[in-house]
Design a protein around this ligand. Structure first.
Ligand code: DDQ
Ligand code: CA
Length: 268
């Protein structure tokens, strides 16, 4: 029990302790959570591409056919543009060492990058990674994506925050539930065909969420691929990173310091 408690304490040092984190008051009433068990969603790997193992992947996006990645760790955080199939770095800019970079998303040729505990969000031009704006938010920053209108942000709690992209005014907060119970540790995000997908930190799952209700309707279990990655590369950390090419409809996944990026096809 002592060992277990110690491990739990170590883990929680990195989690968002404030699991019911408030957000400044504009929380909207959620509809009664649906009590439906999520379906298990299968996947198959269509292609495997190189991924830089120095990337502590915190955000992953495909935009105009290129891969964009936000990486974390103090002193190592970057914003990167890479060629999907070769993994070759096309553009790269560092964050100041006082920031731990987190999720990224791109809307209307503007790149948004969260920071973990610094509560700062950076906005850059797509073309030259020029920093054009800085916003501050009231919560930690973990994952971010867009539904084409708002920016959707996770903070490691069970909340998804909807922000206006030009002002970063909080529009609404949605709690995420699995079979009626709150689901925690929502991390890297991707909006795909009307559903929100989320890596769950330190779990092998990608959660498929119905954004309107916040209900988890499906789960992709990455246990097999994660075990294989870890067996070949002990430095590989948790699965993190989902990117969707809305033009080709291809889905890519990876993890923190994983040597590979996978193009996957989801089953029913
Ligand atoms: N997050 O991605 C889950 C939001 C943060 C992960 C942080 C794991 C590394 C911890 C390093 C500790 C430095 C204070
Ligand atoms: Ca993503």
């Amino acid at each position: 029990i002592f060992f277990f408690t110690t491990i739990v304490a170590l883990f929680s040092a990195c989690t968002n302790g404030d699991q019911n984190a408030g957000d400044g008051g504009s929380k909207t009433a959620d509809p009664a959570p649906q009590r439906n068990s999520p379906k298990s969603i299968s996947y198959s790997i269509l292609n495997t591409y190189p991924h830089d193992t120095s990337s502590f992947t915190q955000g992953l996006v495909v935009y105009n056919g290129d891969l964009y990645e936000g990486t974390g760790e103090y002193g190592h955080s970057h914003l990167l543009k890479t060629d999907i199939t070769t993994g070759k770095i096309l553009k790269k800019t560092p964050l100041d060492a006082k920031y731990f970079g987190e999720g990224i998303t791109i809307l209307h040729d503007t790149i948004y990058q969260l920071t973990w505990q610094e509560k700062v969000v950076f906005a850059y031009t797509l073309k030259d990674f020029k920093k054009v704006k800085e916003f501050s938010i009231n919560t930690q920053g973990w994952g971010i994506t867009t539904d084409g209108k708002d920016l959707l942000v996770s903070d490691g709690s069970s909340n998804i925050y909807y922000y206006n992209p030009s002002t970063f005014q909080l529009q609404r907060t949605q709690t995420i539930t699995e079979n009626g119970s709150l689901s925690f540790n929502l991390n890297e995000l991707e909006y795909i065909d009307g559903f929100l997908y989320a890596n769950q930190w330190q779990a092998p799952y990608i959660l498929k969420i119905e954004p309107g209700s916040g209900s988890i309707v499906g789960k992709i279990d990455l246990t097999n691929i994660w075990n294989r990655v870890k067996a070949n590369d002990p430095a590989a950390d948790v699965p993190n990173g989902i990117a969707f090419d809305s033009t080709t409809k291809k889905i890519y996944i990876t993890g923190k310091r994983w040597p590979e990026l996978y193009e996957v096809q989801l089953g029913e």
